[in-house]
Design a protein around this ligand. Structure first.
Ligand code: HEM
Length: 149
């Protein structure tokens, strides 16, 4: 059972963390892209964030909590678990409360011909998304290294 939960947990982490990094790398190429391509990218990004990354984060959290609850070797006070919980909470809240709504706003601005304003929104979204990626990488480090035992 533990192995199955860990497999689900790690697969969800790969999709969420790997997907977010990939999206950032694609976003870096956007400055030189045509407006139609930018709009398509923003729509795909909104889909990926709300339909792939958020559900993956919830699956990761569920499997993580289940592993800790079921294993005598782990406790909710373990530093790696606390770091993981803070990372998931912060990243999910940022994605749902800031990133996804602002991608939607950028799409609206682009479709109403306000490209420069959309660009400013997208730049802020990209910055916040990079901060989330750093948090997720810290969580991966904490999971593997388990600082403080
Ligand atoms: C963004 C947040 C998280 C990421 C990216 C993440 C990623 C990972 C990865 C890659 C592993 C495999 C590490 C290894 O076996 O060496 C792992 C293991 C594990 N994670 Fe997470 N995790 C996160 C959050 C959480 C949370 C919130 C919990 C608990 C509530 C949790 C509980 C665990 C447990 C119990 C293991 C198994 C550790 C072991 O077998 O040594 N994780 N996680």
């Amino acid at each position: 059972m533990f192995e199955t939960l860990k497999l689900i947990h790690v697969l969800a982490a790969i999709i969420w963390v790997g997907g977010s990094i990939m999206a950032q790398l694609f976003a870096l190429r956007l400055t030189a892209a045509a407006p139609a391509h930018r709009l398509g990218f923003a729509r795909d990004l909104r889909f990926a964030a709300s339909r792939i990354f958020v559900p993956s984060a919830i699956v990761l959290l569920g499997a993580g909590i289940w592993m800790v609850a079921d294993s005598p070797g782990f406790a909710f006070g373990d530093p790696f678990v606390v770091i993981g919980l803070v990372a998931v909470g912060g990243s999910l809240a940022t994605a749902i409360g800031y990133l996804i709504p602002n991608i939607g706003r950028a799409i609206e601005l682009m479709t109403s011909g306000r490209g420069p304003e959309a660009g400013a929104v997208i730049r802020k979204v990209a910055l916040a998304a990079r901060a989330v990626i750093v948090i997720l990488l810290v969580a991966v480090w904490a999971m593997v290294v388990k600082p403080g035992g």
